[in-house]
Design a protein around this ligand. Structure first.
Ligand SMILES: Cc1ncc(C[n+]2csc(CCOP(=O)(O)OP(=O)(O)O)c2C)c(N)n1
Length: 242
């Protein structure tokens, strides 16, 4: 069960990600996951709980839930998406960004040390680069299999802030695209389907091919789609990300 919270990541509840089971109010993800863990019956004995929350919401109302999870030894993995801003409401600062309300430097909260101070065992506190998908997935699988609380903190900034390092945008070479559709699983809004074809495989089963294009102006150059493209049809576009 994945308990969501309030922020840009809440949009992951929609198609094609369908990534959240609940969203209530700021800070609710952690107590929801703990409540589901403590209240589950026999039939749900194998279910694992994940709470997803952003850095700002965590500062506002998430820490208390983490303390509850830690103190009551909840079987919950917290995914703290630290994008170093309050993304959804326009990029304000918070104690996790290192700037105060006037934009002046301020002592930045260290989320990993805070989690340890709250009582999460040090070896269950992880800092990961969310663009390293295989590493992130492996960690999520490992942590959700173990009993007790854990926290995974992602460390890549929002693409709309100055913290984000501008990268080269991508495009699709149409003649190289095989329609395999792997890149669509990334769920990137800059990728769209230009043509669909249904082919019959040697096994007799039908397969849908989706030929794609990348809207270069909307591409942040994160390269996640690039890693899924076997025929190397995704290549750097000439212009840089604005
Ligand atoms: C009680 C309350 N106050 C303020 C808001 C407005 N609001 C919506 S999302 C959000 C914070 C999002 O920041 P973060 O959790 O860091 O996620 P991001 O959008 O950066 O991914 C705020 C303050 C709200 N929904 N509820």
């Amino acid at each position: 069960m994945i308990a969501g919270d309030i922020g840009c990541y809440t949009l992951g509840a929609g198609h094609p990600w369908n990534a959240l089971d609940s969203t209530i109010c700021m800070g609710a993800s952690l107590p929801m996951a703990l409540g589901a863990d403590k209240g589950r019956g026999e039939a749900d004995a194998d279910k694992r709980m994940v709470a997803v929350i952003g850095d700002s919401t965590f500062m506002h109302m998430g820490m208390q839930g983490l303390l509850d999870i830690s103190y009551n030894r909840g079987n919950v993995t917290v995914l703290l998406l630290d994008n170093r801003t309050v993304g959804m409401t326009g990029g304000q600062e918070n104690p996790g960004t290192g700037r105060d309300i006037h934009g002046n430097e301020a002592p930045r909260v260290d989320f990993a040390r805070l989690a340890v101070a709250i009582g999460i065992p040090e070896d269950r506190v992880h800092l990961v680069d969310p663009y390293e998908l295989p590493t992130l997935f492996k960690l999520l699988r490992e942590e959700t299999r173990k009993d007790g609380p854990s926290i995974i903190i992602t460390n890549q900034p929002c693409v709309l802030t100055d913290h984000f390092e501008r990268r080269v945008a991508l495009k699709v070479e149409p003649e190289l695209c095989t329609g395999c559709s792997n890149c669509l699983d990334v769920g990137c809004p800059a990728i769209s389907v230009t043509r669909r074809e249904t082919v019959v495989k040697p096994s007799g089963k039908e397969k849908e091919l989706n030929f794609v294009t990348i809207e270069t102006a909307a591409c942040t150059g994160c390269n996640l789609c690039l890693k899924t493209c076997a025929p190397d049809a995704i290549v750097p576009a000439a212009e840089r990300v604005q």
